[in-house]
Design a protein around this ligand. Structure first.
Ligand code: MF3
Ligand code: CO
Length: 251
């Protein structure tokens, strides 16, 4: 069942979204080559304590996930677990995903960044993956169909020679981190549920340089590309209403 949110609920979700956005932008400012991925986790937790001590990181404990952020490097697609032994190197693509629950509502967002100097190819992947998210958001409007979003994402990524991951999808979000409907990053225009006012969803394309296949490492979480190619991930929580579509995880 899809839960449609009232304006008041969306207002609450905006607050949660802004907290997530602040923490992610703080990480973006402070992340550097030489840091361990656990240090990035701690930057997130410190910042959260400073700006929103009552907000709870939503990933920790979710299906047994052991940390508050997911941090995935290069061919890791999503759900990388912070570790003191994993050091970020110059030229790495680092994807960071973070979510909170605050006043009963979730926010969820992710970005990928090139740490230090990287190749033109790497920068192109990041640009196209982020553009894919915004192409999807363009079609997130009342009157459309959910897979219009999916199609736009897939079309943008594939027309640049990349592939989209199938095994993980975006999702409805609200009082729960994951609600109906699923929001795939591939699909056919004009299909899927009707987009109605009050829908709140997290759109999160995962874009690979090589093929779309992924597998999960022995840690039970880290998803990597099967062919070892680079991957990027961008996510926003948005609200779609009669009055317009709003990105909630933005400052
Ligand atoms: N943002 C991700 C999602 O939307 C991460 C959650 S997985 C978790 O599904 F286990 F780390 F919580
Ligand atoms: Co998500």
């Amino acid at each position: 069942m899809i839960f449609y949110k009232s304006d008041d609920e969306i207002q609450m979700m905006r607050k949660s979204g802004r907290i997530v956005a602040d923490v992610l932008s703080h990480i973006k400012k402070h992340i550097k080559a030489g840091m361990s991925t656990l240090e990035v986790e701690n930057i997130a937790l410190d910042r959260l304590k400073t700006i929103a001590p009552d907000a709870i990181p939503s990933f920790k404990g979710y299906m047994g996930y052991p940390a508050s952020i997911c941090i995935s490097i290069n061919s890791e697609v999503v759900h990388g677990i912070p570790s003191k032994n994993k050091i970020i190197l110059d030229g790495d693509i680092v994807s960071i995903d973070f979510g909170v629950i605050s006043n009963g509502y979730h926010g969820d967002s992710a970005f990928s960044i090139l740490v230090g100097k990287g190749s033109e190819d790497t920068r192109r992947l990041l640009r196209v993956a982020e553009e894919s998210l915004y192409e999807g958001i363009k079609y997130a409007k009342v009157g459309g169909r959910l897979h219009d979003i999916s199609y736009a994402i897939q079309d943008h990524a594939e027309s640049h020679g990349y592939s989209v991951v199938r095994d993980f999808v975006g999702h409805g979000i609200g009082k729960n981190m994951h609600e109906s409907p699923q929001v795939p990053n591939f699909g056919d225009k004009g299909t899927g549920p009707k987009i109605l006012s009050g829908m709140t969803i997290a759109i999160e394309p995962m874009v690979n340089v090589g093929g779309p296949d992924v597998f999960v490492l022995n840690d039970g979480w880290t998803a990597v590309t099967s062919d070892g190619s680079l991957s990027a991930h961008f996510e926003h929580t948005i609200a779609i209403t009669d009055k317009g579509t709003y990105i909630l995880t933005e400052l």
